[in-house]
Write a new protein. Structure first.
Ligand SMILES: Nc1ncnc2c1ncn2[C@@H]1O[C@H](COP(=O)(O)OP(=O)(O)OP(=O)(O)O)[C@@H](O)[C@H]1O
Ligand SMILES: [Mg+2]
Length: 508
């Protein structure tokens, strides 16, 4: 049985439908500038699908709470609950199959991220018996999966990015279908956007967003220019659940109204004030004591930091005899174990598609299981930046830890520094190219690059080399046979020529 809900009408007046079953498998990304009608579109989708499928709505502004009266969603005011409680709420919502609106209004950005990720984490926690299909709608998704660091702490951003990546990459297995909407595609983390196969594109002004949209849809940039002229409520639909070709649709009406409606223009009173100055500038009343401002609630600690805190508390206990510094052999042995843990994590074929926050948590847990202790100042368990460096090197096929050869290490430190001008997800590619060039090994093929880039799209991977070349780090050349050579600028190391289309040999 297919269940098609009606989103609106096509330009020829035919019903524009969305196949729910297919949507569950292929997820949806909605993009459009402010006022283009995204929230209205989400509301239409939620209203039409409410009889068929359980829903969770991550609602940063409390816009969607009005759905509750009509459709029976439970509204959770995130402000009133700890992260732990929200995680449990997420689990229970799935166990008992209750639709939820997570209202995040009133929280600062940091806590919006923390609490939303706790709740999303809960949705993932439940066992197989409860993996019923569920739509998970995230409005203003760029807040929860930002492309670049913003005002929130690194930790909150990583947690939230991890949760959103999980939702879009791995939700399907457990029945969760991510539906995300954003004003600015360029502000949304790429890996999160890339996992959607269905798109509804609304009015878009900025070139950079248009270019990203064109890339995602596999359109020419010129074609994407059409997004600039879309009217409010009009979207271009594409994807297996919507339409096989780009289709213009107008979103239909909704039964319920958003709570925060835009103020309409109201004519000014026809008769002006008799004496405006006397009224507007009347003496102020005596100052009343100011109500004490509510101190911002401290962020509720999350599980990871609790674990780390508990571990460091345990480690702070004096009792033990003073530690002797580890011998070089012991250090080398520990390093080798860290390397092995990282290798084990990267051996999972899905690892390339996971956010670093998710991988790091996995890494810490495995370290603790191995009895290597928590990440603390002075311990040799890498912190997140160090872990990122290890990962970059490991993905590039260079020993994750320092090689022990000082001259060689200095060169690699220099190369790591150069890589820093690239976006995070491209650094590993550059390191991989550097390793190949260092060894004069064959130039990595596009499929290999796609894998290291964490994408399943060759087209996306093919845009990486020109970008790195534009940054002045490499020079790409083709020989008469179409084989590619990459030379590192300044160092003049070069790869051996190789076919860019060669299929990756499955190692191991
Ligand atoms: N298809 C439509 N039919 C009728 N009214 C619409 C339609 N789409 C949007 N509107 C109205 O236009 C206004 C803006 O729409 P909406 O709030 O959905 O925009 P948005 O893209 O979510 O903007 P923002 O990014 O600022 O949240 C709202 O008052 C909404 O009711
Ligand atoms: Mg909106």
């Amino acid at each position: 049985m297919t269940i098609a809900i009606e989103m609106g009408r096509t330009s020829s007046g035919a019903p524009a439908t969305l196949d729910l079953e297919e949507l569950l498998a292929t997820r949806l990304l909605v993009q459009g500038n402010s006022g283009s009608g995204k929230s209205h579109l989400l509301r239409r989708l939620l209203e039409q699908s409410a009889p068929w499928v359980q829903q969770a709505i991550i609602d940063p502004e409390g816009d969607f709470v009005t759905l509750a009266d009509r459709f029976g969603h439970l509204v959770i005011d995130a402000e009133a609950h700890t992260e732990h409680a929200l995680q449990l709420a997420g689990e229970r919502a799935r166990t008992h199959r209750v639709s939820i609106i997570l209202n995040l209004e009133g929280l600062d950005a940091e806590n919006q991220l923390r609490r939303a990720s706790a709740f999303l984490g809960g949705l993932f926690e439940v066992g197989r018996d409860h993996w019923y299909p569920m739509l998970v709608v995230v409005d203003e998704a760029q807040l929860f999966a930002p492309a670049i660091a913003g005002e929130v702490s690194d930790e909150a951003r990583k947690l939230s990015l991890g949760a959103m990546t999980n939702l879009m990459c791995r939700g399907r297995k457990s029945g969760l279908a991510g539906i995300i909407a954003t004003q600015r595609l360029a502000k949304l983390a790429k890996n999160v956007a890339a996992e959607a196969s269905n798109f509804l594109m609304g009015r878009t002004f900025l070139d950079i967003d248009m270019a990203r949209a064109a890339d995602l849809l596999g359109m020419e940039r010129r074609q994407a220019e059409a997004f600039r002229d879309l009217e409010r409520g009009h979207f271009v639909a594409l994807g297996p659940a919507l339409s096989r070709r780009p289709l213009s649709i107008r979103i239909g009406a909704t039964d319920t109204q958003p709570r925060n409606t835009i103020q309409r223009l109201v004519p000014l009173p026809s008769e002006g004030l008799h004496n405006p100055s006397a009224i507007i500038l009347a003496a102020p009343p005596p100052e009343a004591p100011r109500p004490a401002r509510r101190a911002p609630a401290p962020p509720a600690p999350d599980l990871l930091s609790q674990l780390i805190a508990a571990q460091s508390a345990a480690a702070d206990k004096p009792a033990e005899p003073p530690e002797t510094p580890p011998s070089p052999e012991q250090r080398a042995e520990r390093r080798a174990r860290l390397d092995r843990i990282l290798t084990a994590i990267l051996a999972d074929p899905e690892a390339g598609f996971r956010a670093i926050g998710v991988l790091y948590q996995d890494f810490l847990v495995r370290c603790r299981i191995e009895g290597l202790g928590p990440a603390m100042p002075n311990s040799d368990i890498p912190d997140l930046p160090a872990f990122r460096r290890m990962l970059t090197r490991a993905r590039a096929g260079i020993s994750a830890q320092d090689t022990g050869d000082t001259a060689e290490d200095a060169i690699w430190a220099d190369i790591t520094d150069r890589a820093a001008i690239l976006p995070e997800d491209m650094q590993a590619i550059f390191m991989m190219l550097a390793a190949a060039a260092r060894a004069a090994a064959p130039c990595p093929s596009d499929p290999t690059i796609a894998r290291a880039y964490g994408t399943r799209s060759l087209a996306r991977a093919r845009r990486v080399l020109p970008y790195i070349e534009e940054q002045g780090l490499i020079v790409c050349q083709r020989d008469g046979a179409g084989r590619r050579t990459i030379t590192l600028v300044e160092l003049a190391w070069a790869t051996a020529p190789a076919d860019p289309n060669a299929e990756e040999l499955l190692a191991g």
